[in-house]
Design a protein around this ligand. Structure first.
Ligand code: 5RP
Length: 233
């Protein structure tokens, strides 16, 4: 099974296992979360899921939900009321304690707000995302307001990171997030205390949020190349 097949399998399996009619759902971003969104759309179209209300984590998710007719609401809407039953999202790295790095798709801010507003949280990944130590292989994205670019970069480097401004593809200059900010991708040379760093990085003036997700204990659906899906709690 290739990587895209694994991603689709993980997303679909999480939906089959966890999504029920009437739920308020947070829907994630990326090439593993989107197949889960599509599967929800297909189940709704077949009449097997009803009365779903969704809070999207990015424009990508909005567009996919619109294609499938999945009703969308802001997290602050009367219909959602700031609380979700379940969020399904992807991740860039997952460690043995189900802690994650997210934000490879640049959507970490809304992804974190929505994840922390959810009673249940599911992460869908293929086996290549598993890693014992966070922050060494896949850089931890840090969203900063544009005016804080250089001082935040210096503060992150003082914490031991190599902090690189994320450059856009097919647009000159940096990536501008959906909230008008910049991203500094932080790679560490030695292992970090991920839980402490999730808090510590956010203490830097101008940092809006970072891509460490350590305070949630998601159920992780891991698709393997042999076609099996492991459910890790
Ligand atoms: C977007 C994310 C994604 O969930 C993460 O980057 C994983 O993406 P993919 O499933 O495409 O590998 O955090 O901000």
């Amino acid at each position: 099974m290739n990587q895209q097949m694994m991603k689709e399998l993980a997303g679909q399996r999480a939906v089959e296992a966890l999504v029920k009619s009437g739920m308020k759902l947070g829907l994630g971003t990326g090439s593993t979360a989107i197949p889960a969104v599509r599967h929800i759309g297909a189940l709704m179209a077949a009449g097997k899921l009803k009365d779903i209300k969704a809070a999207p984590t990015s424009f990508q998710t909005v567009i996919e939900c619109e294609k499938w007719g999945i009703p969308l609401f802001s997290l602050n809407s009367k219909e959602i009321g700031g609380k979700l039953d379940l969020t399904i999202d992807g991740a860039d790295e997952v460690d043995g304690q189900n802690r994650c790095v997210k934000g490879g798709g640049g959507a970490l801010l809304l992804e974190k707000i929505i994840a922390y507003a959810s009673a249940a949280y599911a992460i869908v990944v293929d086996e290549t995302k598993l890693n014992d130590t966070l922050g060494l292989k896949f850089p931890i994205p840090v969203e900063v307001v544009p005016e804080a670019r250089l001082p935040a970069q210096a503060a992150l480097e003082a914490l031991g990171a190599e902090a690189l401004l994320r450059e856009a593809v097919r647009k000159a200059g940096p990536v501008i997030t959906e909230h008008g900010n910049l991203l500094l991708d932080c790679r560490f040379k030695t292992p970090i205390d991920a839980a402490a760093f999730e808090t510590e990085i956010n203490r830097i003036p101008g940092v809006v949020e970072n891509g460490l997700f350590t305070r949630l204990r998601p159920v992780v659906f891991i698709a393997h190349a042999d076609g099996t899906v492991e459910e890790r709690r």
